[in-house]
Design a protein around this ligand. Structure first.
Ligand code: DSN
Length: 396
């Protein structure tokens, strides 16, 4: 590289990434092929529009690429082409979710979602996000004892508040979401059911977590977490669902382009296509199952060492640890710093029923996708838990 400054930053970050234990559940390590596609000459091309309906010439190979990416996405999740449409252009998860709301919920309408403090994402209607400014969030209730979604309360609240759309999914909820129950809630109040599977899409692809496609009208996902692709997102929508006399798929496509985005990033779409093919393999299924095995062992060992795990465990790739334990332990911020000093990267996080501030919360969020990509198994998780315990307690 001629630009030595940037080259050196990349080298340093490469060294950092290699030298730490990465427990951030939303990060992963992509293959060389994904990076090759991402950093290719495809980035030179403008392609506003969709395959065979573009605003610029020279789209022969670009159309082939985008169509192939769509086909691979549908195949990976075993979706029939006549029933499901997929848009692979969202630049990331937040614009993907925003586009769905813009397409389906009138300004000032109601969206039911999991609050941040219960593990929801900013774009599930939090006040600080544009999604909470344009639309009103009706919070999905949690049972404070079990620290699980309270589906009975969710249904009562939905029937009373009548949200137009219900979004389920999480950034910090370690358990299985009961999509069937969520469908019942959506039917009871006449809402669309949208699942944001960003965190667990790779687990769904690997048949290690229930599929939301049996029940959802719309499914969004980022492509860079458990799916192990480049940064990006996809929106799946059912072709038979309507808003008035319009197909929701068409409305969502229009909300992405020209609604909120311009030209798609074609290198990114090529990288997604490469990852989707990699994910469609027995090796990836094994990987997805190992992620969960590792998370369970990590949870068990941390609990054994005296740390309180939110909801008592995990069914997924992520774990919430209540490091504060009502004053008996240390706050999440301090835990994050102490762990980083020991070479373990995670993030501080709120816990359900949080009594502290989101800037200085009670816990940390950890997860196993990145370390599982690096080949770590159950025995390594025990060692990681012990290393964490020592660092958190300030032992050498
Ligand atoms: N930042 C992502 C996460 O860590 O869950 C969500 O956008």
């Amino acid at each position: 590289m001629k630009d030595k400054k940037i080259e050196s930053i990349i080298k340093n970050e490469t060294k950092r990434q290699k030298s730490v234990i990465n427990l951030i559940p939303s990060e992963n390590y992509v293959s060389k092929d994904v990076l090759t596609a991402l950093g290719s000459i495809l980035d030179n091309k403008y392609a506003e529009g969709y395959p065979h309906a573009r605003y610029y010439g020279g789209q022969r190979y670009i159309d082939e690429l985008e169509t192939l990416c769509q086909d691979r996405a549908l195949k990976l999740f075993k979706l029939k082409k006549d029933l499901w449409h997929v848009n692979v252009q969202p630049l990331s998860g937040s614009p993907a979710n925003l586009a769905v709301y813009l397409a389906l919920v009138p300004k000032g309408g109601k969206v039911m979602g999991l609050p941040l403090s219960s593990g929801g994402h900013l774009t599930h209607g939090q006040k600080v996000s544009i999604t909470g400014k344009i639309w009103e969030q009706i919070p999905i209730g949690m049972n404070t004892k079990t620290e699980l979604i309270d589906y009975k309360k969710m249904k009562e609240d939905a029937i009373r508040e009548k949200p137009q759309l219900i979004i389920v999914g999480f950034t910090a909820y370690p358990r299985i979401v009961d999509f069937k129950k969520c469908r019942e809630v959506a039917d009871a109040c006449g809402a669309y059911l949208m699942v944001d599977m960003s965190h667990f899409a790779g687990l769904v692809a690997g048949e290690a977590y229930p599929t939301p496609f049996l029940y959802a009208d719309i499914v969004t996902t980022t492509t860079h977490k458990t799916l192990r692709g480049p940064r990006g997102a996809m929106i799946f929508s059912r072709k038979d669902k309507k808003l008035g006399d319009k197909d929701i798929s068409t409305l969502i496509d229009k909300a992405i382009f020209p609604g909120i985005q311009g030209g798609p990033h074609m290198g990114q779409i090529a990288g997604i296509a490469v990852a989707l093919k990699e994910d469609d393999s027995p090796a990836f299924k094994k990987y997805a199952k190992q992620i969960i095995k590792n998370a369970k062992v990590l949870t068990d060992e941390l609990s054994r060492l005296g740390w309180r795990v939110v909801s008592g465990g995990t069914d997924s790739h992520l774990i919430l640890v209540d490091t504060w334990m009502n004053g008996k332990g240390i706050v999440g911020k301090e835990a994050e710093v102490k762990l980083e000093k020991a070479g373990i990267i995670c993030n501080k996080n709120t816990i359900p029923g949080e009594t502290r501030s989101p800037f200085d919360p009670s816990g940390i969020r950890i997860g196993t996708p990145a370390e599982t990509t690096r080949g770590k198994k159950e025995k390594d998780m025990i060692l990681i838990a012990r290393k964490m315990d020592k660092a958190l307690r300030g032992k050498k």
